[in-house]
Structures are given as C-alpha cells and as structure tokens.
Design a protein around this ligand. Structure first.
Ligand code: NI
Length: 177
C-alpha cells in the first residue's frame, strides 16, 4: 500500500470530529488500514488515527512491541479499532509523557484515566471488548482523542511540562515519536 503524509498540528482537519465507519470488511477499509499501518511503521509510531492522514473516519491503530532500548515501555498488542467507545473504570487519573506523529520532536505530560474498557470492531467487523490499564489505556485514550479533534497538548495541565524531546530529556536516546 502506501506511506501517507501525516498532518501536523495547526492543520484544521485534525480538529474535526471523525464519522463512524458504515461497514467493516470492505476493500476501502482494508486499504485505509494498510496505509495507516505502513505509515505508522515507517515513522516508528505507537499509534495512528485516520484523521492524521486526512481521513475523517473513526479508525485508529496502535501497538508497541517490547523494545530492549525502552525496557519500561509496556508492550501493547497490535490492534485495529473501528468505531471505538471508551468507558473509564473509576476516576483515577495518572500523568505520563506522550508524543504524537502530528507534533514531531515534542513531548508533553498528559493526565489520562488509569483504567478503562474499550469496545469497537476490527477491520473485518469482529467485536473487540477489552479492559486495560496503564500504558495500554493511555495509548487508546490518545488515539481516540484524535477522533474527537483533540490533540494531547489540549489536555496538558501545566504547559511547563511540554517541549522538545532533546531539551526535556537531554540524556536520553529517544529517536522516534
Ligand atoms: Ni497522536
């Protein structure tokens, strides 16, 4: 398929609300997901939402392999999630550093629900229903925010915790977003 250009913050399309996918298991949806996977892989991202490549549909992908360079990053299963709904479990929030392919080179400290249930469908229309916490829950909240036109800086409580990776973490070897 194809690596697609990723829209960057400031592009008004990132602020729009995405529409639900009417039907799963169509050639169009499979092609969209393949492009998203190619794009995320090429940029070493942890997740990508369809609006980031200019497609206003409720489709997100995410997944993090165990990486010995980042032993503290918990692996997250590679997932395609269509028409998601998120239900927080409890009210506990925790802060964590996030990046985004639409803000290359930057990081921010973002509060997210620690525990949540997410539901939706994979690209073939199989139901997905998972109870997750921690980093997995964070990644899902970040990606699904894109479907509501929300970028992570809009969630940061103290903008002093927002900046360029090289300045925030000068001693760390962080190469990707
Ligand atoms: Ni993002």
């Amino acid at each position: 398929m194809a690596i697609r250009p990723v829209l960057r913050m400031g592009d008004a399309r990132l602020l729009e609300r995405a529409r639900p996918v009417a039907r799963c298991d169509t050639p169009e949806l499979h092609a969209l997901v393949a492009d998203m996977q190619d794009t995320m892989r090429a940029l070493s991202g942890a997740g990508l939402a369809a609006p980031q490549i200019g497609v206003g549909l409720q489709v997100v992908i995410f997944g993090v392999d165990h990486n010995p360079r980042y032993p503290n990053a918990e692996p997250v299963p590679h997932t395609v999630l269509v028409n998601p709904t998120l239900t927080p479990i409890g009210e506990e929030m925790e802060e964590g550093w996030e990046g985004c392919l639409s803000l290359p080179g930057m990081r921010g400290l973002v509060p997210r629900y620690r525990d949540l249930r997410y539901q939706g469908f994979d690209q073939r229309g199989n139901a997905i229903n998972r109870l997750v916490s921690g980093f997995h829950a964070r990644v899902v909240q970040h990606e699904c925010d894109h479907l509501a036109g929300i970028l992570y800086p809009m969630r940061i409580r103290d903008l002093r915790n927002f900046g360029f990776i090289e300045e925030l973490f000068p001693s760390e070897d962080i190469a990707c977003d």
